[in-house]
Design a binder for this molecule. Structure first.
Ligand code: ADP
Ligand code: MG
Length: 404
């Protein structure tokens, strides 16, 4: 399949382009705490504007669940977007997404290239998450061309990424991927196709249940799977290790045993941390010490991988030619439990491999340690990148593909 992109679009002067962006930024006290996602979609917005289009930009923000929620309005995003774009961004707080005023304002856009309208939070309308066709048809009425740049949302069958491009295509109007989405698909496809080997995946994070299907599919394709973070304890406990009060999911013991058996069958290295940093509580002041990972004392939790584990992981990473990293090795948000994540991230950044990181917290760690340059791609979509790497057809991408 071939993904249609901005290169497939003809003349754009005088055209109204609907851009589904991922502007789902973290807000703190009403202000945007991290502008990464807004900046990531700039290549698409500026290219479209330079080509003479006017824009209707739309995104979801948070989880308002189909209702108007004053804390999830797009106002702060509009301000930031205007600042970064260096132009006026027209945004009006509305009690819903669409009304006659919004529709009229978008209609006039055809005569005013360079104008940018930002719609209210798409999830204020229950039709968004329901992939509602009637809602999609009203959105389709706002523009002549559809561009999806919201990689973080392509795994969800929601109206703005699924029903809307279908409706546009049915009406003979183009629906294509923006530059960010194009870049995400290109980088992740390199891991899905025939990656240079050895292919090493490093997984961490809190819950193994979030990533079991990822583990199941990666084990079929990688040469080594390194597992850190709290999810390692479910693997260790399933084999009878003492994990103290570490985060474990006993209802997943069968699944992780199956994954381990499958890895053995395929000759895939499944590497768990040799040692961990344990403490009685998750605080900066807590008394911590390093223990073998299967000997965490009662009353303590494993909160980071230990120095020997970092060394072991780094050795495997150094030999890799393709690396995927998703999920921190410990509670890296707290300095005393950050050495594992930092050590592994540093090893990946220093490896001579094609290296991709995904997941909100993992990317935050890469940035915090200033290691971004050591990675070939930092994926802006956590859930979307994992589902893509499972080889699943994602609704938001399928709508933009055609047979070659
Ligand atoms: P990502 O956002 O990169 O996909 P996740 O959301 O899956 O990552 O996991 C990140 C969270 O996992 C972090 O908040 C981190 O504190 C937590 N975590 C990692 N290791 C542990 C651990 N040993 N115990 C408790 N929480 C952990
Ligand atoms: Mg996360």
């Amino acid at each position: 399949m071939r993904l249609r992109t901005l290169d497939d679009l003809g003349e754009l002067a005088g055209q109204r382009v609907f851009v589904r962006a991922d502007l789902n930024v973290p807000l703190q006290g009403g202000a945007v705490a991290d502008d990464t996602r807004v900046r990531a979609t700039m290549p698409t917005l500026t290219e479209l504007l330079e080509r003479g289009a006017s824009l209707v930009v739309a995104s979801h923000l948070g989880r308002p669940k189909g209702q108007v929620d004053d804390t999830a309005r797009m106002g702060p995003v509009a301000g930031l977007l205007a600042e970064i774009l260096g132009r006026v961004v027209e945004y009006v707080a509305t009690d819903g997404v669409l009304n006659a005023e919004v529709e009229q304002s978008c209609e006039a856009l055809a005569f005013e290239p360079g104008r940018v309208v930002l719609l209210e939070n798409l999830r204020f309308d229950p039709g968004e998450e329901a992939d509602d066709r009637a809602f999609a048809l009203r959105l389709a009425g706002l523009a002549d061309v559809y561009v999806d740049d919201a990689f973080g949302a392509v795994h969800r069958a929601h109206a703005s990424v699924s029903a809307l491009p279908k409706a546009m295509l049915e009406q003979g109007r183009p629906a294509v991927a923006g530059r960010l989405l194009e870049r995400e698909v290109a980088a992740l496809s390199r891991l899905l196709g025939e990656p240079d080997r050895p292919f090493v995946a490093v997984l961490g994070g809190a819950k193994v249940s979030d990533k079991l299907s990822t583990i199941g599919s990666l084990v079929e394709r990688v040469d080594a799977l390194l597992i850190g973070g709290a999810m390692a304890f479910t693997f260790i406990a399933a084999e009878g290790g003492q994990v103290g009060d570490s985060l474990v999911e006993p209802d997943r013991f069968e699944d992780v045993r199956a994954a381990r058996a499958r890895a053995a069958e395929l000759g895939v290295v499944l590497q768990l941390p040799e040692d961990v940093v344990a403490a009685p509580e998750i605080t900066v002041e807590a008394q911590r010490h390093t223990v073998p990972s299967a000997e965490v004392p009662r009353g303590e939790k494993g909160l980071d991988i230990g120095p020997r584990a970092v060394e072991g992981f780094a050795r495997t990473i150094a030999g890799a030619r393709t690396i995927l990293w998703n999920g921190p090795m410990g509670v890296f948000e707290l300095e005393p439990f950050s050495a594992g994540t930092r050590g592994v991230a540093t090893a990946i950044a220093g490896a001579t491999a094609f290296a991709v990181a995904g997941g909100g917290d993992s990317i935050a760690a890469v940035k915090k340690y200033g290691l971004g340059d050591g990675f070939d791609h930092l994926s802006t979509g956590g859930g979307a990148s994992l589902e893509f790497l499972e080889g699943r057809s994602l609704p938001g991408i399928a709508a933009l593909e055609e047979a070659e």
